[in-house]
Design a protein around this ligand. Structure first.
Ligand code: ADP
Length: 458
């Protein structure tokens, strides 16, 4: 609507009315001309005052918080107040929507598994999520607007930011973890820094590298020996005795590689297969007797071997795995204990219902510092003894894997000169007595019989 004409009209009508009234009043005093002028002036001043008052109310409302509605005046001022208020409210709701979007965006960045750190052009912290705060040791609120390099002083990180070449990520140590950082420039010199905790990945990588190096080393020695013998046989005329001797030695090296490959395959299978079922029960006594028999045959009468506590229990798990774990411990005792030593294989149920398999020997014992590393692959305390007796350095890692897959633990007690005791503790849920099993079977039979009877036609 065009407000000019109505506004002029109001002014003109007011002036005319004022002039008319002034003319009438002035007539009584014989000054109709002055009366007209005064009347018109009073009318204009009145219109201007009312306008000013309405304008002042709107300015007062604009100067406030605009929480209340704008003044609702009729006409021009009412329209003006309404339009200003509408524009303001629209802007307010647009800002609220923007803020909600920003909050949503920050929530998304907060939910990111990676650290997100936003830096200003002056490398001050604008914002970071809690993952980045943990990676860099920052306080998201307190450290806002602080120069990041004052707080994160790792030389690799500082140099990376300063170089400003962000093609590759950079890693550095922070608070006992390895953090990998990748930066990107955006906006007007601002930087987005993404961080990731790669401690586990680095550890796995280094383990894999060590493992490959170890396997290659273990295979290279027998292979070199074999290659040497093959060359000898091909180039030198050997007597029958020498030929036999060479073939025996070649056989030994082949066996060594076979053992290694078997153990490697066992480990790979243990790592790649699901946990053994907890409802496949097998009797413990024959398993223990088999372990004892294996040890005796390996010892060939050189040791005193005893088995105690053969029980009527059943254990839930994978028979081949359990046999391999228990035998490994008993065989190690035989291999590392000198002739005439004593080896005690025992089974007992502990107070909390868990079951303990132990192998105690009177062998050389092991220094304390080696104990935590014994289950590492290829870790050997006595390398030559291990190899002489056909060891691959993988036995105890297999044992540890097997017992953990069955929910149990491996414990090693040993002191140099005082022998060693290797214990496997299996949880109570994986053990049951034969009597319980019998009762379970009987009740199952009863249920089955009842169900069959019900199903039979009468
Ligand atoms: P290996 O095939 O070399 O025996 P294991 O993983 O079975 O590999 O054992 C790791 C190392 O632990 C062995 O090399 C040996 O030095 C030490 N060890 C294992 N069992 C005994 C034991 N009963 N007495 C002394 N040392 C042992």
């Amino acid at each position: 609507m065009n407000w000019l004409l109505p506004r002029l009209l109001v002014a003109v009508v007011a002036m005319a009315a004022g002039a008319a009234v002034g003319w009438l009043v002035g007539h009584s005093f014989d000054t109709p001309g002055w009366g007209m002028l005064t009347g018109a002036a009073i009318a204009i001043v009145t219109v201007a005052t009312i306008d000013t008052l309405r304008g002042v109310r709107i300015i007062a409302w604009l100067q406030g918080a605009q929480d209340e509605d704008a003044p609702r005046d009729p006409g021009f001022w009412g329209e003006l107040a309404y339009r200003v208020e509408r524009a303001l409210r629209q802007r307010e709701s647009a800002t609220a929507a923007e803020q909600a979007r920003l909050a949503q965006f920050r929530d998304a960045m907060e939910a990111s598994p990676n650290g997100v750190l936003m830096l200003s052009a002056a490398e001050q912290i604008d914002w970071c999520n809690s993952v980045a705060a943990a990676h860099f040791g920052l306080d998201p609120l307190r450290d806002r607007h602080q120069p990041v390099t004052n707080l994160v002083r790792a030389p690799a990180f500082v140099a990376y930011l300063q170089a400003g070449v962000f093609r590759e990520p950079v890693s550095f140590e922070s608070r006992g973890a390895t953090i990998s950082v990748l930066a990107r420039s955006y906006g007007d010199g601002m930087r987005l820094v993404l961080s990731q905790d790669v401690t586990e990945r680095e550890r796995a990588d280094s383990m894999r590298r060590d493992f490959v190096a170890n396997v290659s080393h273990e295979i290279r020695t027998p292979l070199t020996v074999l290659a040497g013998f093959i060359e000898t046989m091909g180039t030198l005329p050997l007597t029958e005795v020498e030929r036999r001797r060479v073939l025996t030695l070649m056989g030994e090296q082949t066996l060594r590689m076979q053992r290694l490959v078997t153990d490697l395959l066992t480990l790979a299978q243990l790592e790649g297969s699901p946990r053994p079922a907890s409802d496949r029960w097998l009797p413990l006594a024959p398993l223990l007797r088999q372990v004892e028999a294996d040890a005796r045959s390996l010892s060939a009468g050189r040791h005193r071997i005893a088995l105690a506590g053969a029980s009527d229990l059943q254990i839930a798990g994978a028979e081949t795995e359990l046999h391999s774990a228990l035998s490994n411990l008993a065989n190690n005792a035989v291999r590392y204990t000198p002739t005439d030593g004593r080896i005690d294989i025992a089974w007992r149920v502990l107070a909390d219902g868990s079951g303990e398999f132990s192998v105690k020997d009177t062998g050389p014992g092991i220094e304390r510092e080696h104990l935590p590393r014994l289950t590492e692959r290829f870790y050997r305390v006595d390398g030559s003894r291990s190899r002489e007796t056909g060891g691959t350095g993988l036995g105890l890692s297999i044992v540890k894997h097997v017992v953990q897959r069955h929910g149990g633990e491996l414990d090693i007690q040993s002191e140099p000169g005082r022998g060693s005791t290797f214990r496997l503790v299996f949880p109570a849920v994986r053990l049951r007595s034969v009597a319980t099993a019998q009762r379970g079977r009987e009740s199952r039979d009863v249920v089955e019989a009842a169900e069959t009877a019900r199903a039979e036609p009468r």
